[in-house]
Write a protein that binds this ligand. Structure first.
Ligand code: TXA
Ligand code: MG
Length: 335
């Protein structure tokens, strides 16, 4: 299969037609590129799993363009869910609500709940509205790789495996949506993302976090969170401590003869005299770091370096999602 790339000038008719034909289409959202297919068709959804090499027990998020589409896939929703949608849709927040089992069974991995979100991106919203059906869409990367924030990243991973890619330029937020279990009164964060815990607390007062996210031994409630994820092609180690400690660690591993690639904030980068180095934004603006993170993780190849060293960030605001992704990408290796 040759993967088609649709430019903005070409419009969305080719992509809409492919979705109607139960094919797979990658498209931009405000977080990362998604790999979409008709959520009501088991055959279409199975193509997503196949192209990504995604484990079947990891359910997909369904994307809708209008609130009225919710009743097509959810049996009911709580006041908690309603408040989330009022406050954060369209936007990077996925609500987990009871499923009415109208979505194909492989969308939810046979769970009784379903994840739904309305993305805040003009191209995604236009595509959803023209497709006229709810669209299941995980991130458009090969399973285990960093999520794609450009059409080029999608092409790198999925060329030849999907029907087409709508190229809407780089995405903005850079990390995926926050997944929030809305089946009880107090919302529970299952995956940190583009809407921060602090944002949710402003609406709800009390917000819980799935204990599995904070290192407790529990099995995560969001099935996808148990997998190694976001992994670059080269081993990644996180360096804890201040900038002086990073300088020392870098010198130490270089002296060991390792070819090192560095991912650093602008502030740390200024203190290092090292190549190759990829800057991922200012540590004073974790939104900027989130935006540059996946691209940075994809920028090193194992033919050039042996090890990536990356600094660690404060786990507050968007820093929580950034550190969640970095820990997974590093397989929890912190030095
Ligand atoms: O920003 C995003 O959310 C992107 C864009 C494309 O919308 N999508 C995305 O999808 O990140 P994906 O498949 O890569 O991640 C979906 C996450 C997984 O961790 C999955 O386990 C969880 O949502 N999830 C989906 N349905 C669930 C459910 N019913 N209960 C608990 N977790 C669920
Ligand atoms: Mg993903």
């Amino acid at each position: 299969m040759r993967t088609k790339i649709w430019t903005m000038e070409e419009g969305l008719s080719g992509a809409v037609e492919a979705l109607r034909q139960k094919e797979t289409v990658a498209f931009p959202t405000e977080t990362v590129y998604g790999l979409g297919a008709d959520a009501t068709s088991k055959e279409a959804v199975s193509k997503i799993f196949k192209a990504k090499g995604r484990p079947a027990d990891n359910p997909l998020i369904v994307h809708i363009g209008e609130r009225s589409q919710l009743s097509a896939i959810a049996s009911s929703w709580s006041e908690t869910a309603e408040k989330c949608m009022d406050a954060f849709w369209p936007g990077p927040l996925t609500v987990i609500v009871p499923s009415n089992h109208e979505a194909a069974p492989n969308v939810t991995s046979n769970l009784d709940t379903i994840g739904v979100r309305m993305p805040d991106h003009p191209v995604a919203l236009e595509l959803l509205s023209k497709a006229g059906v709810p669209i299941a869409a995980p991130s458009a990367n090969s399973s285990g790789k960093p999520s794609p924030t450009t059409a080029g990243h999608v092409y790198e991973d999925l060329n030849g495996k999907i029907t087409g890619i709508v190229d809407g330029g780089p995405t903005g937020v850079g990390v995926e949506s926050t997944v929030v279990d809305c089946t009880s009164e107090v919302p529970v964060i299952l995956r940190p993302g583009g809407i921060t815990k602090e944002d949710l607390e402003r609406v709800f007062g009390e917000v819980q976090v799935d204990p599995a996210l904070e290192g407790a031994g529990d099995r995560p409630k969001s099935p996808g969170m148990k997998y190694r994820h976001y992994a670059p092609d080269v081993p990644l180690w996180l360096v804890e401590g201040d900038d002086g400690r990073f300088v020392t660690a870098l010198k130490y591993y270089k002296e060991e003869g390792k070819k090192i690639g560095v991912i650093a904030s602008r502030e740390l980068a200024r203190k290092l005299d090292h190549e190759p180095l990829v800057e991922c934004g200012s540590r004073e603006d974790m939104g900027e770091v989130a935006g540059g993170l996946y691209s940075a993780l994809r920028s090193f190849s194992d033919t050039e370096i042996d090890l990536i060293l990356c600094e660690t960030f404060k786990e507050a605001g968007m820093g929580t999602a950034v550190m969640n992704r970095l820990r997974k990408a590093a397989d929890h290796t912190v030095v």
